[in-house]
Design a protein around this ligand. Structure first.
Ligand code: BES
Ligand code: MG
Ligand code: ZN
Length: 458
């Protein structure tokens, strides 16, 4: 049995327990105390002071799950917390499941490999079923996101990731389309191809569509940066932290998690997701600083730094989406710039949007899910910094300042006038300190943010 307590609840009820327990357990946040009787084991779990926020309830459960899963036996479990409201209860179950994520490759513990059941006395069975379904869909999405981001570069070559997506499309009834290099050339996806041309692996400009059967549903367009490994290309990165660049697909894995959630929950929306998959490699075919290339929308780009590859592939992702699909919202997510990392560290993602309502909605959803965003401007004062003598645009500014804004201004040239666009630079938050690993690892950033946004967008 899992029994939850805030410090206040514990004070009220602890006389029901053996006196000794009170000297060990007080209900502080993340405190765990195990009481064993002849036939029951009770895990007392502390939630801290009352007034705890919903996302904190999830955090406590995730931590509990991460630290205790090895000690637990497979069994259906009673969860007792009469004072929790339904939403908090839901967050607790979500956290329990998310905390089961195994890293790296070990097999899961029996307790967590069975569909364990949670019972509680104060939530109806119907609501409980709904909560379990939500929690399962969310943890499936978040765990897929984390697992793919965490994989080492040699275990996520383009064909391997593509095979997974194709398989996912089958099991989740998604439409799957992928353009190889030849097809991309025909279509004129020149900005994406400029990055892919140096790769030993074929292009895979991938489109995944989730369609609802509901009438009059809204359509959301998502683009996720999917650079499986970013060496920087010929503008080579410093090797000290290069291994982190296996996480340069963090935008794509956030989109992946949201797609899993939406399709498993059968949400009444349509989603068009574009993942331009490639690595950014060095080879005799790699693009070079000074190259002038033509993007899908016909604009020409002077490449001055091949390490600014994310904005190149997103440019074609965005304009392909807008030119070929009608969407109510257009959101791209990308581990785009070191500049956003220097600005916000791991505290929040940088948000840019041309629509006040969408901006407010994203900030609010970020606060609620604790996947926070902070809005930055898109003023035209930065426009001239990416004007080129030989092309419509250059891919970097010559000034060493505010590159996350410069990158957003660059992308603005490829949204083809879409009135509701948001760009999320998640370079600092997708990969960082987590409860399940010693070193930096995938945080799952973006999955709960997008899931909540999509679920509540009608
Ligand atoms: N993938 C990187 C951005 C990044 C940096 C992600 C740190 C996660 C952590 C991106 O492709 C990149 O290399 N950006 C360059 C742009 C520069 C050359 C204008 C950067 O930020 O250094
Ligand atoms: Mg780069
Ligand atoms: Zn990159």
């Amino acid at each position: 049995m899992f029994q939850l307590f805030t410090e206040e609840e514990w004070k009220k009820t602890n006389q029901n327990f053996n006196k000794n327990v009170s000297s060990f357990f007080t209900g502080k946040k993340n405190e765990v105390f195990v009481i064993t009787n002849e036939d029951t084991i009770t895990y007392c779990i502390g939630l801290g002071k009352s007034g705890i926020q919903d996302f904190e309830v999830q955090q406590v459960a995730t931590k509990f799950s991460q630290t205790q899963k090895k000690n637990l036996l497979p069994a259906s479990t009673l969860l007792e917390a009469d004072f929790l409201n339904e939403k908090q209860f839901e967050e607790f179950v979500k956290g329990l499941l998310i905390g089961t994520y195994h890293y790296p490759f070990d097999k899961s513990h029996p307790f967590w490999s069975v569909d364990f059941e949670i019972h509680t006395e104060n939530v109806t069975q119907q609501k409980l079923d709904n909560i379990s379904q939500k929690a399962e869909a969310l943890s499936n999405g978040q765990i897929a996101c984390q697992d793919w981001l965490n994989k080492p570069a040699n275990l996520k070559k383009p064909e391997i990731f593509s095979a997974y997506l194709q398989d996912l499309a089958k099991t989740h009834q998604l439409n799957y389309t992928s353009f190889d290099r030849k097809k991309c050339e025909e279509l004129g996806l020149g900005a994406y191809l400029s990055v892919n041309q140096g790769s030993a692996y074929d292009a895979a400009f991938t489109i995944l569509e989730y369609k609802t059967t509901a009438n009059n549903a809204k359509t959301i367009g998502l683009v996720g940066k999917c650079v499986l490994f970013d060496t920087g290309g010929v503008s080579l990165k410093n090797p000290d932290n290069m291994h982190y660049m296996k996480s340069d697909m963090g935008g794509a894995t956030a989109v992946l998690g949201a797609l899993i959630y939406a399709s498993e929950m059968k949400l009444p929306v349509n989603i068009i997701a574009i993942l331009p998959i490639t690595d950014n490699a060095i080879s005799e075919n790699a693009f070079l600083p000074s190259d002038v290339i033509t993007a899908y929308n016909g604009k020409t780009i002077e490449v001055l730094n091949t390490d600014a590859e994310g904005r190149m592939i997103l440019a074609d992702g965005l304009s392909y989406l807008v030119k070929n699909y009608q969407t109510d919202l257009l959101i791209d997510l990308a581990t785009l710039t070191g500049s956003s990392v220097r600005m916000f560290g791991d505290t929040c993602g940088a948000l840019f949007s041309n629509d006040e309502d969408l901006k407010n909605l994203l900030v609010k959803t970020g606060d609620k899910t604790n996947q926070r965003l902070w809005n930055l401007p898109l003023w035209d004062v930065w426009k001239d910094d990416i004007q080129s003598d030989v092309a419509d645009l250059k891919n970097i500014s010559m000034k060493p300042i505010g590159d996350c804004i410069i990158a957003a201004k660059f992308l603005e040239h490829f949204i083809e006038g879409h009135p509701k666009w948001a760009h999320l630079d998640i370079a600092g938050v997708a990969f960082g300190s987590v409860g399940y690993a010693k070193e930096k690892a995938a945080t799952g950033f973006g999955v709960q943010l997008l899931a909540d946004l999509i679920e509540n967008y009608h």
